[in-house]
Design a protein around this ligand. Sequence first.
Ligand SMILES: CCCCCCCCCC/C=C\CCCCCCCCCC(=O)SCCNC(=O)CCNC(=O)[C@H](O)C(C)(C)COP(=O)(O)OP(=O)(O)OC[C@H]1O[C@@H](n2cnc3c(N)ncnc32)[C@H](O)[C@@H]1OP(=O)(O)O
Ligand SMILES: Cc1cc2nc3c(=O)[nH]c(=O)nc-3n(C[C@H](O)[C@H](O)[C@H](O)COP(=O)(O)OP(=O)(O)OC[C@H]3O[C@@H](n4cnc5c(N)ncnc54)[C@H](O)[C@@H]3O)c2cc1C
Length: 673
Amino acid sequence: MSQNKTIMEVNQELVKERAKCNFNVLEVTHILDGGEKNTLHRKKIESIALDEGAYKDPIPEEYLSPKEKYENAVRKSCLFCKIVKNALTEFTGLEHFSNFFVLRRTADAFFKEISPFLLHLGMFLPTILGQCTTEQQAYWLPRVLDIQIIGTYAQTELGHGTFIRGLETTATYDPETEEFVLHSPTLTSYKWWAGGLGKTVNYCIVVAQLYTKGVCHGTHLFIVQIRDEETHMPLPGIKVGEIGAKMGFNTADNGYLAFDHYRIPRQNMMMKNAQVLKDGTYVKPDSHGKLTYGTMVLVRVILVNEVAFNLAKACTIATRYSAVRRQSQPKPNEPEPQILDYTTQQHKLFICIATAHALQLASAWLWKTFNAVMSDMKKGNTDSLPELHALSSCLKALSTSDVTSLIEQCRYSCGGHGYMLCSGLPNIYSFVTATRTYEGDYTILLLQTARFLVKAYEQAEAGTPVTPTVLYLIEFVSGKRTPWDGSPEGIIKSFQEIAAGNISSCVKSIRNRMSSGLSFEDAWELTTIQLVGAAEAHCRAVISDTYKKEIARITASSSTNVKIVMEQLVNLYLHYWALNRTGDLLRYSSISGEDVANLQMKYEELLTLIRPNAVGLVDAFDLRDEILHSALGSYDGQVYKRLFAEALKSPLNQEPVNETFHKYLKPTMQGKL
Ligand SMILES: CCCCCCCCCC/C=C\CCCCCCCCCC(=O)SCCNC(=O)CCNC(=O)[C@H](O)C(C)(C)COP(=O)(O)OP(=O)(O)OC[C@H]1O[C@@H](n2cnc3c(N)ncnc32)[C@H](O)[C@@H]1OP(=O)(O)O
Ligand SMILES: Cc1cc2nc3c(=O)[nH]c(=O)nc-3n(C[C@H](O)[C@H](O)[C@H](O)COP(=O)(O)OP(=O)(O)OC[C@H]3O[C@@H](n4cnc5c(N)ncnc54)[C@H](O)[C@@H]3O)c2cc1C
């Protein structure tokens, strides 16, 4: 197991917990990494990046000014890039993107908040891969991979983020010079939010309304140089800066950008799909019209993995702490129990472990689906894109929303110490809560999935084939129902019935509203609360089904105890969400009040069964202390020593008396102020 560089004796509470664990921890680590080979690869990269201690800060980041924090993050980004460059140059196509998950994880040792380079690797590079022609890639990719230029993705504007068709930045083609003229006609058209734009990047991808021969062809993507490569000064016609202090992401220099009739060569339009010829003729993409939204789909897929990883961090911290922390005296004359022994604490934490597994596996499955759809699209077949869009939208929305709540739950479970920055939890939370908004807000994405579900329902009603993730609708419209039996398979079936029932209610509401005279748009709008609920229910059914199937598949050859504990977690996930949705179950399945009581009993039994393996389960995430940044969650469990060591680092503790005593306190106390 990975150890901290600051080696302390392991707390006896954790020694006992690890002795209690009845399964092979390394075997579960291999499962989570997707195989032993991947574990070794990950550990190798972590070793290269971390063993020399280059991630360390001379002064703890939290005590730096905003400017110093940013400068330190840039310094470390360059250092990190240098260290992992070999790993980066192996990366030549999307099929090697898994390397990036490892890099992303390792980068957390360097950045308690976020690297200003995140968008370079997270969006600039993928967009070049996904939206450029082969010739354009040959020009741009080497410069991007070698970090000879640094880029970001500037889509959102001050006035519009969600509604991409409403973006105002224009790119007007001038056939005389074979250039596009970029312009920001209003304040609301200023690009806003792009990570790294404020001070770091010299290039960016700009999303703008394309005009040629006097006709607007909608939003397209352009690669734009915004700063001089030598001096880093903004180029003439460019207004660029940082947007100011935020709830988190404060080392990411999110920026604004405006153009004053700024010219770029024709070749800088990303032309894999649509093209503008030299004479200004617009050549439409011959496939799906939303291909320019491709990077967003990719990043939504990636984000499911991203939040699963962050939840693994949070519950590792909270579970180890809960094994060390003792509180209260429920039985007289007995020692205070570990807080992990309280059933309510197990209720807060074990769902986090199960959810981290569920989302990790759902993300691996979604990644495979994404690659399959991309390979179909290379052959010109875009039939499966709507399902991928619906799936990536709801999985991104639900995973980021669930994980945001669960990370906050981890913080609550650590009491007062969880509120300390040195617990690591506030930084994890402020990072993850943003994922619910960016790359498509929660509500917006669930409504996108709902569009797909309503159409699928109508197809099922009409007897036309539906895509794999909504096959359950066929049984529902034929009136077939499965009696409640409380088995894991039965619970998943009932989640599908809840989803189908909700979709059916939405369709009825829309039809009723339309038959009373409303337009489709108005009927849809009035039904959106139900539509969001339906998309959420569909997504819960998809995650549950995938989680159960993937665990069964992956653990088919595992040792018995690994199989048992993995199944317990799957069952815990299913029971947790069934109990959370008893209203829906009573409405749409044949469950009885007595069945609900049995579900509750079974859930509580599962908590008791998982309890002895709790620390082993979080150890299996194999998160190095450097990545956790937590006084509460380090492998050695020396919580109190580490909390005290962190307190001593406070600048206020560097002098016995602060000057405010003489300036203000003393005069006030002596009535002289
Ligand atoms: C030192 C280095 C250290 C660094 C670490 C190293 C490793 C890094 C590795 C990477 C790791 C992590 C990366 C992740 C972090 C990235 C950080 C990102 C930061 C944030 C970036 C952003 O936020 S960018 C901006 C994102 N913006 C949005 O998402 C906007 C949301 N809005 C929309 O998506 C759309 O506008 C809309 C869907 C809401 C509506 O669009 P529109 O109005 O145009 O469409 P319609 O509603 O009319 O629909 C028409 C039909 O089209 C379908 N549709 C819509 N979208 C899509 C799509 N994307 N694909 C396919 N189809 C689509 C829609 O459903 C309609 O269909 P029909 O119903 O059939 O008509
Ligand atoms: C930390 C962070 C980093 C970011 N990085 C980038 C970046 O690098 N590049 C970039 O281009 N952008 C970036 N963004 C912007 C981000 O993509 C947008 O903020 C996001 O897409 C939401 O859009 P919005 O801010 O316009 O919200 P709005 O669309 O204004 O949403 C506000 C509220 O209105 C609701 N709403 C809006 N439309 C509808 C509707 N049709 N039906 C029902 N409800 C609706 C939403 O659900 C939400 O509750 C970043 C944002 C953050 C927070």
